[in-house]
Design a protein around this ligand. Structure first.
Ligand code: NDP
Length: 297
């Protein structure tokens, strides 16, 4: 008998498996090719959430045996200074992935900075070249969160051909690339957004629901057809009764878990996969730069 516990997709455990694979691949690249993948993270200013995130990235990059560079600039840094850092990293052969932590201070033009990153080192997959390559089905560096969601879906469902997927949200960093990847996997894809009519009924017809809305508990339990797979990308901080805060997703998990065939919790679902996929993207970028096939483990 399936209990609600059985249908949870454990993102923490899954991400640990991805990191173990990346660690083994890194060791093979160093041993067989003298290639040590390198990831550089650029942090401008002192946003507390960004600092925690960057610290976690650096720790995990080191743990898997990669080179980890961290470049910190003052909150008052000029556009020219940030671009100069990107140019220097673009020219550094030991760096295969560059990530500029967002948000950037308001005096910096985010698009100009992201567009300056060499597309071959764009491990966040936000450069317009990678977005375009994904769209036309050419090899691209794919945004980390959608890549992680696809890994979890394939792990649970295997072949996704013919399944109807509803992606709620159309942002450039989650919704759109997610929809493209599902389409590439031969799903029939519906992209929903704030102007979509009759969203509950659309969701009820879905085999897969990906929620990337940014609204706590937005997707209701009775929107989910029995056995559907639910991937909750949302990370929302809401007040607790004791005055502190807690994280919840875009799906009403307590209501949804009894309907779904499989579902990611928040926290502990999609979130941990993002850094793991950043490391996986760095392996991809390093191998492509060196003209060697990505090692399997
Ligand atoms: P955005 O705010 O950029 O996009 C939200 C999307 O939701 C928009 O396309 C918007 O539609 C749509 N939307 C808003 N209200 C409704 C509604 N009432 N009905 C249907 N659609 C609606 O958010 P992101 O994509 O950047 O992030 C989404 C969530 O995922 C957030 O909670 C974020 O914190 C989280 N996130 C988690 C990550 C992780 O590592 N797990 C990584 C990135 C994000 P419209 O376009 O019409 O405005």
């Amino acid at each position: 008998m399936t209990t609600p516990q059985d249908n949870r997709i454990d993102g923490k455990e899954f991400a640990a498996r991805v990191r173990a694979t990346v660690q083994a691949q890194t060791a093979i690249l160093i041993r067989d090719h003298g290639l040590k993948p390198g990831l550089a993270v650029v942090l401008v200013g002192e946003d507390p959430a960004s600092q925690v995130y960057v610290r976690n990235k650096a720790r995990q990059t080191n743990e898997v045996g990669m080179r980890s560079d961290e470049i910190r600039l003052d909150a008052s840094a000029s556009q020219a200074e940030v671009l100069a850092v990107v140019d220097r990293l673009n020219a550094d052969d030991g760096i295969h992935g560059i990530l500029v932590q967002l948000p950037l201070p308001e005096q910096i033009d985010e698009t100009a900075v992201l567009d300056r990153i060499d597309p071959a080192k764009d491990v966040d997959g936000f450069h317009v070249i990678n977005t375009g390559r994904l769209q036309v089905g050419l090899p691209a560096l794919v945004p980390c969160t959608p890549r992680g969601c696809m890994m979890m879906l394939h792990d649970r469902l295997g072949d996704l051909s013919g399944l109807h997927a509803v992606v709620v949200g159309r942002s450039n960093i989650v919704g759109k690339p997610m929809a493209m990847l599902l389409l590439q996997a031969n799903c029939t894809v519906t992209i929903a957004h704030s102007r979509t009519r009759n969203l509950p009924d659309l969701c009820r017809g879905a085999d897969i629901i990906v929620a990337a809305v940014g609204r706590p508990h937005f997707v209701q339990g009775d929107w989910i057809s029995p056995g559907a797979t639910v991937i909750d990308v949302g990370i929302n901080r809401v007040p607790r009764e004791d005055g502190k805060t807690r994280l919840v997703g875009d799906v009403d998990f307590a209501a949804a878990v009894g309907h779904a065939g499989a579902i990611t919790p928040v926290p502990g679902g999609v979130g941990p996969m993002t850094i793991a996929c950043l490391l996986a993207n760095t392996i991809t970028a390093a191998c492509r730069a060196a003209g060697i096939e990505e090692p399997k483990v």
